[in-house]
Design a binder for this molecule. Sequence first.
Ligand code: SF4
Length: 504
Amino acid sequence: MTTIREEDFIQSVADAFQFISYYHPVDYIKSLHEAYLREESPAAKDAMAQILINSRMAAEGHRPICQDTGIAIAFIRAGMNVRWDTQRSLEELVNEGVRRAYTDKDNPLRASMLADPDGKRRNTGDNTPAVTHVELVPGDTVEVIVAAKGGGSENKSKFACLLPSDSIVDWVLNLVPTMGADWCPPGLLSLGIGGSPEKAMLMAKWGMMDPINIHELRARGPKTHGEELRLELFEKVNALGVGAQGLGGLTTVLDVKVTEFATHAASKPVALLPNCAATRHAHFVLDGSGPAKLDPPSLSDWPKLTLDFAGSKRVNLDTLTKAEIAAWKSGDRLLLSGKLLTGRDAAHKRMVEMMSRGEKLPVDLTNRFIYYTGPVDAVRDEAVGPAGPTTSSRMDKFVEPVLANTGLIGMVGKSERGPVAIESIRKHGAVYCIAVGGAAYLVSKAIRASKVLAFEDLGMEAIREFEVKDMPVTVAVDSSGNAVHKTGPAQWRARIGKIPVAVV
Ligand code: SF4
């Protein structure tokens, strides 16, 4: 019988969450690089280059790939011959490992977990609790998979109880365009089919941890219905033309996973979960001989790419006016320099509540840009930790009151805006730009200084002022209301020509 020591388990979990915060799985890097080489859409290719360069920088600097260091998830397959040298539950041990990883002094990770989710939404401070799943299996080892899943991709999880005669392919192809770019493609889609509703969701989450191997499957040919479905969905989802970051292009998914289980005669439960550009998971096995050792990838696993800013306009944020931004067109690439405010969900909610009570805002937004981000805490000589964009559509309902009452002229975030926000941007002659989701460490290198201006109690959601130098962004909604997330995918879907383009 194997004995697993409490400390070995906790340290292994802590090490694994640190490891995945800065190392992409090698299969993801290689697969994204292949897609980058094939990509014909300049905007999508540029986004992929930023993700790959960011990935290498994160690996070299041991700093997070993305500022959203995720909800911590652990899958444990414990051998039935294992004896545990602990008085605590496995869930408590995982939480202790997560606490240790997320409060690491050298590489602190962002704590994103909020207790009381429908009430006060209080940050627990150390990213606990983790979500832990335990299964007992024959054997005398403990297999552990840890994953850190960002909110942007988790929020796009889908589930349905389809009719037995319904087509899963149709269901997926109808859903993916509605998921937009909030889940930071390119990544993977994982389906769990069958079982009961919760079983389908869990299978989809497990399946996501498998290596990217669709090209091997294509080369050897499918042997099961599930493998046929993987290949069909891989081709058809990519033919939708969504592309990297929703900008339109050849690659939206690097793989599609399908996990199946028997189900009731009246049912066809199906779960669809995306994994984003910050695909992060690690696998290890404990056999009682001590903590797990994770093999770091070699830097030669990353391609050596450089950013190409030819064709980008340089913009001075400190002198910007509405007249100047009126000349920008959706799809234009910009390099922002100067003072950039930050604020996201909680700061916008508080500002709008203050305005409705007739109170003066603590920060003058006239002719300013605001960046939707919640950065990781800085270490050593950093001005700020990784600080990529968060999902902008969560701020859509605040756009009209903020633009109408504050003099703000621009926003920076990630993925598309909804129709109401786009109409407000057009009406007020403002502009919305995107930075690349999943390129947080790269973006943070453009930030030279940072200070909190207001709402310090909101932690990572406080209003900050960044001093940026040549921060790369793309105009996603111009002052006439033209949106690149509408035009880009439609253009590439038509160009790929395998899925009819809907006339709207
Ligand atoms: S890559 Fe995008 S979806 Fe993934 S964790 Fe980062 S911001 Fe969230």
